[in-house]
Design a protein around this ligand. Sequence first.
Ligand code: FES
Ligand code: FES
Length: 209
Amino acid sequence: MQKGKNKKRKTFTRRDFLKGFSGGAIGAAVAPRLLAQDAASLQTEKGKIPLYSKKQITLAVNEKKFPLVVEPRETLLYVLRERLNLTGSKMTCARGECGGCTVLLDGNPVYSCMYLAIRADGKKVTTVEGLAANGNLHPVQEAFIQKDAYQCGFCTPGFIMSSVALLNNNQNPKMEEIKNGLSGNICRCGNYFKIYEAVSAASKGVRGS
Ligand code: FES
Ligand code: FES
C-alpha cells in the first residue's frame, strides 16, 4: 500500500465528475466539444489522443480458427455471441456473478463476460456448442437431459461447462467436490439438487463405469 503517497492525491470520484458536469455554464461549454469529438479519440491541446485501437487476434473456438479484429473493450462473450453467432453462452448478469457465460479457456472455466477478447488471443476456447463429438452429446449434456437438471435452462450451458471442467480434473468427485466445483454458477430456478445428481451420473459416464 502506498499510504503516504496517496494521502495528498485528490481522488476523483464519479460523484465529483457528475457534479462537474452539472455545473451549468461549464457543462454547457464542455458538452458540445465532447459531443463533437470523434468517438475513437480525444482532442486535447497537444493533439488527438486515441482512446482505443483495434487489434488483430486469432481465437481458436471449438477447434476452428477465427481471425478477428477486435476493440480492447470487447469481451470474449460479446465476440462469441455477437460476432461468431455462438449464442450458447448466456449473458445473464454481465458482471461475473452468475456463471451463465462460462466457457473453457485452455481447459479452464472462465466468465467470458469478464474476459476481454484481446486476452484470449491464441488461446483455445471451448463453448457449449463444441462439446458434442461425432454426433454424440458429451456425457455431461446427456446426464443433464436424463436427470432433468434444468427448468428454464438459462443457466444450463454455464453449469455444463463448469461441470465439464470439474470432471476433466477429477473424474470421480464426491458430492462436496461437485458443489465446490459448481459454486461459481447460480441457478435462479433453484434446481441445484438435480444438477448435482446429473454431474454425479455424468462422472460415471466419463469413467465409462
Ligand atoms: S453473465 Fe457472466 S457471470 Fe453472469
Ligand atoms: S434452470 Fe432456470 S436458472 Fe437454472
